[in-house]
Design a protein around this ligand. Structure first.
Ligand code: NAD
Length: 481
């Protein structure tokens, strides 16, 4: 049975309100393209109200600013308990609106631990005493940066919401959230739980809507001090420009990737093949760190390709609500067509299609897990982010060579190597131009580990103290003795 949709309005100053324009937009179930609900479509007027509420809530005398850091942590802990209480419902709603298979949606209950970790960091923010010149006492304070605009993508709506919003709150900021237009529902369910947990009025506001409307209004707003964005490089560049237009906003950008995973001759295929498959097929490839360039060393290349095809053929694609489905649909028809377009380009440019390559059925947005062998560096499928279930396998001879080829991209988000030789791993980890490097695994690291990209994959980091401090300003105080 479909989960109940409880909230469809905007959440501003702790009130559920319609958009000022009265407009709504449809949100869909990617399994069959059916309309789930009509959601309030926020625009500039609504962003103005939400930012004004967040600004009032950030005033030095507000209820929120009067709380100790440990009290902020306590509220976040209460929120984590409510998320845990409602997880079954939240996972079902995520799956319904996003097409994420229910087994993955449920497994992302790690979000509860992430909130608890962030809650525990709230009172660990501290300044320094400085060995300053002269007869002075010089110290620093770390203070919240102010009203923060948070712009979300559609691929992991709950996970990215809790990570960004809780980090901003732990630092003492107030926020206006603009969820992705494809997945507006879980952000509303989460903000309702935040209110229930005791987050004061105006501290968290959610304005659904579109990028050119609500999104640009938020990134241009003069009372917004920081933007934290996860999404495409294209929009990331627009946000960087907007952030410098009316004031000088701080920005954190988590963008796309074309991540290399390297499998050396010494790797055990029984380990390497499933790691490589999960690294690109999980969530039907709609993962920013997806290992979409798989470099396999020549000595094991043929055997690897054969095993990779067998593995891909075994992936069960089906209704995301079915607990046995391993892959679901792409988020919408546009993304599905884009993925199928890349598959056509791969074939035209001479890559060898060894598995899949087609749409599944005629309703919903399903694409077969697809494997290309004999991909070369200049092919489009080796250069551009596909964001779909397409594994591109490239052959290499030496570690030296593959490091250069792995780095020959404007992206730098994630990279991996599978090897039993520690020197290979250390050399690769040292020289690959990537914010995240994983050895003999491709996921993991937890909320304590910094997450973000080199080069066009972003600016700044999510997770851990790095992310928290990015929601603060350093203030230096000097006292004459
Ligand atoms: P997108 O960039 O199209 O949209 C992301 C968000 O930006 C949406 O909320 C959208 O409404 C908003 N937006 C669009 N135009 C805007 C504008 N001009 N001003 C302000 N906001 C605007 O990305 P998407 O399609 O939702 O997500 C897919 C992309 O996100 C992929 O490239 C993927 O790699 C990346 N991603 C990165 C990470 C990471 O952590 N690095 C995580 C998930 C997704």
């Amino acid at each position: 049975m479909a989960p109940e949709v409880k909230y469809t309005k905007l959440f501003i100053d702790n009130e559920w309100v319609d958009a000022k324009s009265g407009k709504t937009f449809d949100t869909y179930n990617p399994h069959d393209g059916s309309v789930i609900a009509k959601v309030a479509e926020g625009d500039k007027a609504d962003i103005d109200l939400a930012v004004a509420a967040a600004k009032r809530a950030f005033h030095r005398n507000s209820e929120w600013r009067q709380l100790d850091a440990s009290q902020r942590g306590e509220i976040l802990r209460k929120f984590s308990d409510l998320v845990e209480r409602d997880w079954q419902y939240l996972a079902e709603l995520e799956s319904y609106n996003n097409g994420m298979v229910i087994s993955l949606a449920k497994a992302l209950k790690v979000a509860v631990n992430i909130i608890r970790y962030i809650a525990s960091c709230a009172d660990k923010i501290k300044g320094d005493t400085i060995a300053a010149d002269g007869e002075v006492f010089s110290y620093t304070l770390r203070q919240p940066v102010g009203v923060s605009g948070i712009i979300l993508p559609w691929n992991f709506p709950i996970y990215i919401f809790v990570n960004k919003v809780c980090t901003a709150l732990a630092a003492g900021c107030t926020v206006v959230v603009k969820p992705a237009e494809q997945t507006p529902l879980t952000a509303l369910a989460l903000v309702a739980l935040m209110a229930e947990a005791g987050v004061p009025k105006g501290v968290v506001n959610v304005v659904n809507g579109f990028g050119p409307g609500a999104g640009t209004a938020l990134t241009h707003h003069v009372d917004v001090a920081k933007i934290s964005f996860t999404g495409s490089v294209e929009v990331g560049k627009l946000i960087q420009q907007a952030a410098g237009t009316n004031n000088l906003k701080r920005i954190t950008l988590e963008l796309g990737g074309k991540s290399p995973l390297v499998v050396m001759n010494d790797a055990d295929l029984n380990i390497a093949v499933p790691i490589a498959a999960n690294a690109v097929f999980a969530h039907q490839g709609q993962v920013c760190v997806a290992a979409s360039r798989l470099f396999v060393q020549s000595g094991i290349y043929d055997k690897f390709v054969e095993a990779a095809v067998k593995h891909a053929k075994g992936i069960k694609v089906g209704n995301p609500a079915d607990p046995t489905s391993q892959n679901g649909p792409q988020i919408d028809g546009e993304i599905m067509s884009k993925v199928l377009g890349y598959i056509e380009k791969g074939k035209k440019e001479g890559a060898k299609l060894v598995c899949g390559g087609n749409r599944i059925g005629t309703t919903g947005y399903y694409v077969e897990p697809t494997v290309f062998a004999d991909v070369t560096d200049e092919m489009t499928i080796a250069k551009e982010e596909i964001f779909g279930p397409v594994q591109s396998i490239l052959k290499f001879d030496t570690l030296e060579e593959v490091i250069d080829r792995a780095n020959d991209t404007s992206y730098g988000l994630s990279a991996g190597i599978i090897t039993t030789n520690v020197n290979n791993a250390l050399q690769f980890a040292k020289h690959v131009e990537s914010g995240i490097v994983r050895v003999n695994t491709y996921m993991g690291g937890g909320p304590q580990s910094p997450f973000g990209g080199f080069k066009d994959s972003g600016i700044g980091r999510e997770n851990g103290m790095d992310a928290l401090l990015a929601y603060t300003e350093v203030k230096n105080v000097v006292i004459s003795l």
